[in-house]
Design a binder for this molecule. Structure first.
Ligand code: NDP
Length: 367
C-alpha cells in the first residue's frame, strides 16, 4: 500500500505546495525533445472550436494540421492560407470518403455538431483514418458503441477530445488521489454551466445537439467525477428545472441537478446548466484531504488548491498538449493516466442516458 510518505517522496511535494509535481511528470513536461513521427491531421468542421484547435496546433511538436473538411466553401481559402494547406488535402462532406486515397493524412479530428459525430466517425473509419472526435462522442450510447466497434473493425484508433485528461493541474490531482493523498474519497461536487446566447444555434436544436446543457457542458462534471473519484458510478438520481420552455424546447435540457453513487460509497452532487453564469468548479473531499478547482474545466488557466496548498503547475494551452499527446497515443501506443479512448466516451454516454431517465421518471437509475 502506498503511504503518504511514499507519495511525498515520489512526488517531491514541498511544504510550500506542489510546484515540483509538474516537473516530475514526464507525461506532461516535454522536457526531452520529441523524436518520433508526426501525426498529420485534417480538421472536419471549421467552426469556433475547430479554429481554437487549429491555432493551438501551431505550437504542437508532433502533430500537424494538414487537411480541411468543410461544408462552407468560402472558409476553405482563408484556412488554407492561414495554415498552409494544399488543395489536394481539402474536402467537403460529400467527398471526404476519398481521404482513403490520401497518404498524407493520418487522422481526422471531427469538430462538428454532436449528432453528426456518429455518421462522420463511421465514414472516416471506413476510409481507414484514425478518428479524434469531440465530446459528446454521440447522442446516445448505442451509436457511441457502434463508433467504437467500427473503428476497431477497420483497424483505426478512436479518441475523444477529453482535453482535461492532459491538463497539468488535473493530472497532478489525479496522481495525488491515486497515491492515497486524499484518503478514502467521500464526496465530489461538480458545477458545469454557462448562460447560452443565440436561441437559433445548433446547440438548442435537438436534432443536431441530441439534448441540451448535459450533452454540452454537464458532461464535464460526469467525466470529471470519474477521473477525480477514480471509480465508475453505479446509480444516478436527477432533477430537471426549466425556466424558459421557449428557448429550451422538448428534449433540450436547461438545468439538471444530478447525484451519483460509486461502489466505495463515495457520492457526487452535480449541476449542469445553460442558464447560470460562473459555474465551473470541482470540489472533492476524502478522509485525509480535499481539492477545490475553479475554474476546473474551462480553457484555463485552471486554478485550484488542496489541503497541502495551491496547485502551481504551469498553464499550457490545453489543445496543444492534447494533440501532442494524442499523436503519441495514436502513432506509438503511448499509455495515458486516464484514457481518452472511445470506450471512455461510451461510459459517459451511458451515464448521460441514465441521468435523462432519472430526471424523467424521478427514480433512481442503475448505470
Ligand atoms: P460551431 O457551431 O462553432 O462549429 C461547428 C462547425 O461544424 C460549423 O462551423 C460547420 O463547419 C460544421 N457543421 C457541419 N454541419 C453543420 C450544421 N448542420 N450546423 C452547424 N454547423 C455544422 O460549434 P463548436 O465548434 O463550438 O462545436 C463543435 C463540436 O465541438 C461540438 O461537438 C462541441 O461539443 C465540441 N466542443 C468541444 C469543446 C472542448 O473544449 N472540448 C469546446 C467547444 C466545442 P463548416 O462550415 O466548416 O462545415
Amino acid at each position: 500500500m502506498t503511504t503518504r510518505r511514499d507519495f511525498l517522496d515520489k512526488m517531491k511535494v514541498t511544504a510550500l505546495g506542489l510546484p515540483l509535481l509538474y516537473h516530475s511528470n514526464p507525461l506532461l513536461a516535454h522536457e526531452t525533445p520529441y523524436q518520433g513521427p508526426m501525426l498529420r491531421v485534417a480538421i472536419m468542421g471549421l467552426g469556433s472550436y475547430g479554429n481554437r484547435v487549429a491555432e493551438a496546433m501551431r505550437e504542437c511538436k508532433n502533430a500537424k494540421l494538414v487537411g480541411l473538411i468543410s461544408g462552407t466553401p468560402s472558409k476553405i481559402p482563408k484556412w488554407q492560407k492561414a495554415h498552409n494547406i494544399p488543395d489536394k488535402n481539402c474536402y467537403n462532406y460529400e467527398n471526404f470518403d476519398e481521404i482513403k486515397d490520401n497518404p498524407d493524412i493520418d487522422a481526422v479530428y471531427i469538430i462538428t455538431p454532436n449528432a453528426l459525430h456518429h455518421p462522420q466517425t463511421l465514414r472516416v473509419a471506413k476510409a481507414k483514418k484514425h478518428v479524434i472526435c469531440e465530446k459528446p462522442m454521440a447522442t446516445n450510447a448505442k451509436d457511441a458503441q457502434e463508433m467504437v466497434d467500427v473503428c476497431k473493425a477497420n483497424g483505426v484508433k478512436l479518441l475523444i477530445g477529453y482535453r482535461m485528461h492532459f491538463e497539468p493541474k488535473t493530472v497532478a490531482v489525479i496522481k495525488m488521489r491515486q497515491a492515497g493523498e486524499f484518503g478514502r474519497i467521500r464526496f465530489f461536487q461538480g458545477q458545469s454551466g454557462f448562460r447560452i446566447g443565440d436561441p437559433t444555434q445548433w446547440r438548442l436544436n435537438k436534432e443536431l445537439s441530441g439534448g441540451g446543457a448535459m450533452m454540452d457542458i454537464g458532461i464535464y462534471s460526469i467525466n470529471g467525477s470519474r477521473y477525480m473519484v477514480g471509480e465508475e458510478p453505479i446509480w444516478v438520481t436527477a432533477q430537471e428545472t426549466k425556466t424558459d420552455p421557449v428557448k429550451f424546447k422538448e428534449g433540450v435540457d436547461e438545468t439538471i441537478q444530478f447525484q451519483m453513487g460509486f461502489p466505495s460509497g463515495a457520492v457526487a452532487s452535480c449541476l449542469s446548466t445553460y442558464q447560470m453564469r460562473h459555474l465551473d468548479r470541482f470540489f472533492m473531499t476524502g478522509d485525509d484531504g480535499f481539492v477545490e478547482m475553479k475554474p476546473s474545466t474551462g480553457y484555463g488557466p485552471i486554478e485550484g488548491k488542496t489541503h497541502l496548498g495551491p496547485l502551481t503547475q504551469p498553464h499550457k494551452t490545453h489543445q496543444t498538449i492534447q494533440m501532442d499527446e494524442m499523436a503519441q497515443i495514436i502513432l506509438e501506443d503511448k499509455k495515458q493516466l486516464v484514457s481518452v479512448s472511445g470506450e471512455e466516451g461510451v461510459k459517459d454516454m451511458k451515464i448521460i442516458e441514465a441521468i435523462y431517465k432519472a430526471a424523467k421518471t424521478g427514480m433512481r437509475v442503475e448505470v
